[in-house]
Design a protein around this ligand. Structure first.
Ligand SMILES: NC(=O)CC[C@H](N)C(=O)O
Length: 221
């Protein structure tokens, strides 16, 4: 199994993701620089968290034009598993691979805390067999307030595209407490604001996030 972890200028969770995929889960991880093409034969692509391009203009709005994104869009449209975490989620929304947008947090403050999320919606490569599971994972963002108009939200719920919801209220004002969504021909594109890669080892306080990577690696393998 070969997992590509894309690094943009300003990514700061690419090493954490690489570590979890390679050293915690034992899969083959490789970095992909945002100016390069996606290597052939990847089983999944991950866009990490961080502050790509310093969050200038809007989070993810510039990274979406990075050269590698042309390949990421093609890979996703072809059914390849793509996961975006936090800034990666923002980039996937900006690229049009996921619906909705991430607005400034309702509090106008950066939030950094553990949250509980529940896996819902359709099965995705990242959540196979996990529906109903509650996971304790941290959030750390300034722009995680998921927004879409009511008709779109109804459609997302109806199609099973809401795959993660905050339990006990969203820390950022997200519509309908949505923490993550999926899209694509096989629900193969998944984005979420919380950071499962920061909660994949017991020494970090929670290993719940590892379940998502294990799901992905099982599906990818
Ligand atoms: N941890 C992250 O990826 C942060 C994403 C983005 N820079 C924000 O503050 O919303």
């Amino acid at each position: 199994m070969k997992i590509g972890v894309v690094s943009f200028p300003g990514s700061n969770c690419d090493h954490d993701l690489y570590h979890v995929v390679k050293h915690v889960c034992g899969a083959d991880a490789q970095y992909v620089w945002h100016k390069d093409r996606l290597p052939a034969g990847l089983d999944a692509v991950m866009l990490p968290g961080g502050f790509s391009y310093g969050d200038y203009l809007r989070c993810g709005a510039l990274a979406r034009f990075s050269p590698v994104m042309e390949d990421v869009v093609g890979y996703a449209r072809g059914g390849g598993p793509v996961v975006g975490i936090c800034n990666g989620f923002q980039i996937l929304c900006e690229a049009g691979l996921l619906p909705g947008a991430l607005l400034r947090n309702a509090s106008l403050h950066f939030v950094c805390q553990d949250v509980l999320i529940e896996v819902q919606g359709a099965e995705t490569p990242f959540t196979a067999g996990l529906r109903g599971e509650r996971l304790r994972v941290p959030v750390a963002h300034g722009d995680g307030n998921f927004f879409a108009d009511d008709a779109t939200l109804d459609r997302l719920e109806g199609e099973g595209q809401v795959v993660f919801r905050y339990v006990g209220g969203a820390p950022n004002g997200s519509a309908r407490d949505i923490a993550g969504v999926a899209a694509g021909p096989r629900m193969n594109v998944v984005g979420l604001m919380p950071h499962p890669e920061r909660a994949s080892e017991a020494i970090l306080g929670s290993a719940d996030g590892k379940k998502l990577f294990e799901s992905l690696l099982g599906a990818a393998g």
